[in-house]
Design a protein around this ligand. Structure first.
Ligand code: 3PG
Length: 284
């Protein structure tokens, strides 16, 4: 079950906003903490990085450990790069998370493109509690439920589903829906969100498109994903609205299937170095 608010009735962003505001006190507060943090322009460096359970806020639902939306986004911002993982096998999850952590990356997204994503999320939550783990390619309510039950701390989707957003908020798990147009961004803003995945980033217009969105959408933060690589990572990170860049280029399924963690570690370390170069060593 997804909680008392899981009534499949809303189909528009405005409807979601009203329902979230009216019915989901905890969920609305969960999102609005993020909104107020971003609107207030609080320096990210002032955030409690790694504050997984110490932030004030609503009590966690369904066994989550109480990380706030602001803390999740702070962790993403701090990492600068979000590994988007399609696992060849759930067994790879923990060694991969450990490899990435060794390279300086303590965030990971397991996509529901393969069976075993939920198992992988739960395994990494258990084995690497300091790693921020989320679910990706969440397309259905069944996948959402599995992701939440496994302990995912954010829910990434390639597109904007008002229902997935609403139910994620109801469970106090951060939704990171994909957007590609100003209309979709407006829908997400109406649902109370201020941080969104921008997908497919490179194919949709890349850095120039992202910069143009900053005109009207001044406080919205983005996680561009799709077509990002070592070659353009720095250009994306230099865009002020970019929270973190998602991608598969350093966690390719082929590398994972071959057990080539040395290459993963090398590519991940290079990505971390670019983050430091572009944002400064303090990653602020
Ligand atoms: C995603 O699922 O977020 C993207 O497909 C990742 O895109 P990439 O493989 O181009 O990094």
């Amino acid at each position: 079950m997804l909680g008392a608010a899981a009534t499949p009735s809303s189909t528009t962003g405005a409807r979601v906003r009203l329902e979230v505001g009216d019915r989901l006190g905890g969920g609305a507060g969960f999102a609005s903490g993020l909104t107020s943090t971003l609107l207030a322009g609080t320096p990210w460096s002032a955030e409690k990085e790694g504050a997984l359970s110490t932030e004030a806020g609503p009590q966690p639902a369904r066994g989550d450990t109480g990380i706030s939306a602001a803390a999740v986004l702070s962790r993403l911002r701090s990492a600068g790069v979000l590994p988007v993982v399609e696992l060849p096998s759930p067994d790879v999850a923990v060694p991969l998370a450990e490899t990435l952590r060794g390279a300086g990356l303590e965030v990971i997204e397991f996509t529901f493109r393969t069976d075993g994503a939920a198992e992988a999320i739960a395994a990494v939550r258990r084995a690497c509690p300091d790693v921020l783990v989320g679910a990706g390619t969440v397309l259905t309510l069944a996948q959402l439920e599995a992701a939440i039950d496994s302990g995912a701390r954010f829910i990434a989707s390639p597109g904007f589903s008002p229902l997935i957003v609403e139910r994620s908020l109801a469970a106090q798990v951060l939704p990171l829906p994909g957007v590609c147009t100003p209309t979709e961004i407006l829908m997400a803003l109406e649902a109370g969100l201020e941080a969104l995945k921008f997908f497919p980033a490179e194919q949709a217009g890349g850095v120039a498109y992202l910069r143009s969105l900053a005109g009207p959408f001044r406080t919205t933060r983005f996680v561009p994903t799709g077509g990002i690589s070592a070659a353009n990572l720095g250009d994306y990170l230099a865009v002020p609205s970019v929270l973190a860049c998602g991608g598969t280029w350093f966690v390719l399924k082929e590398l994972l299937a071959a057990g080539d963690f040395a290459t993963v570690a090398r590519l991940a370390s290079e990505a971390v170095r670019v983050v430091k170069e572009v944002r400064g060593d303090a990653r602020g």
